[in-house]
Ligand binder design. Sequence first.
Ligand SMILES: NC(=O)c1ccc[n+]([C@@H]2O[C@H](COP(=O)([O-])OP(=O)(O)OC[C@H]3O[C@@H](n4cnc5c(N)ncnc54)[C@H](OP(=O)(O)O)[C@@H]3O)[C@@H](O)[C@H]2O)c1
Length: 375
Amino acid sequence: MSETSRTGRTDGTADGDSPDGEVWIVGATGRVGRGVAARLAAQGLRVVPVGRSRERMTAAGAEAGLPPDVRTVVADSAERIADEVVRERPRVVVNTMGAYAATAPVIARACVSVGGHYVDQANDVAAVQGLLALHDEAARAGSTLVTGAGFGVLATEAVVAKLCEERPAPHRVRVDSVASVAVEAGALGVALATGIVDTLTSGGRRYANGRLVASRLGADPRRLVFPDGTSATSAGVASGELLAARAASGAPFVTAASSLAPASPFLRAVLPLLGRLLSVPALRRLAVDRLGRVTVKAAPRPREHSWGHAVVEWSDGTRREGWLRAGEGMAFTTDVTATVTGLLVRGAGRPGSWTPAAAFGHGLATTAGGTFVLD
Ligand SMILES: NC(=O)c1ccc[n+]([C@@H]2O[C@H](COP(=O)([O-])OP(=O)(O)OC[C@H]3O[C@@H](n4cnc5c(N)ncnc54)[C@H](OP(=O)(O)O)[C@@H]3O)[C@@H](O)[C@H]2O)c1
């Protein structure tokens, strides 16, 4: 149920064959959504918050610099949001509501059905695979879908793309994503809780001989020393970064690691059992609910920079290593999504379904505020 409705269009396309079409932000009261709304409003784009509570959206909108009488769309599930998209035909939908394996295809398909564009910050394997599977449908409709528009996927795939530029496909790639994130006081929230539980239940993944195979969560932990002299440990995890690194390199052997993966021997030992327990649907729901309600205290980011890292090796023994330096991880994610959205509003995206650097090139990472540090 939308607060206002507009005259139906007759050309069958999104409100957006004009560059001032609407940008809907699903989850505009959340951390990423608020930041994206503020950045897009500052660019003069027509931002429409979409979510469960008009009051919360209006309050968050005021903080983001939206006018007090901002148009909002009230809808409380991916299916209801999709219905509204089909009815009202926004130019771009930014999905920050999380639980992407379930919500992204539903909302993205609605965008495709009206020739609109779509962007989210998914970084789990199932969600990124699900969105990329809509490539042909999106291409036929002239829609651009971008998944993984956040720190993790872009900061790693951009380095891989840069290192592999104008070279044959390498033999082996490892990427590491080390986000430095400031903690906001308050409840952890369902979106983040879902992501944590999904990571624990899905175990690890890697590419071997070009095939996606299971591996242990927390496998192959490594201490990384960053170009600024600070350090952190990063270990194997199933992530959108893995899919993006494979697509950007074409390498048959690819691993992805993150500083968020459990690297301690004790945790790695109990993870398989914990993962099996959390696969039981009732226990999963309980865990997401409880974890989402956990309140945390505000804390500054642990390091000045977030780092994306890639090591690329060719069969002839050539080895290249590179980094992407970014600021606070959530702020970078917000900047990536806002940058991608701005490009989509202007019709700059190639039709199809992509990860961010696949859609716009590795230069997107610097446009969004990152800096390459290569050997
Ligand atoms: N790829 C990356 O590197 C990266 C980086 C950062 C974040 N992320 C992901 O991005 C997502 C957003 O993160 P966040 O920190 O902004 O999360 P958040 O603060 O919890 O915000 C979630 C938003 O979604 C809304 N929402 C939740 N369920 C909804 C429903 N059923 N219907 C309508 N709206 C609903 C919430 O609205 P209410 O006000 O109604 O609760 C809130 O506005 C998460 O999945 C996170 O894991 C990815």
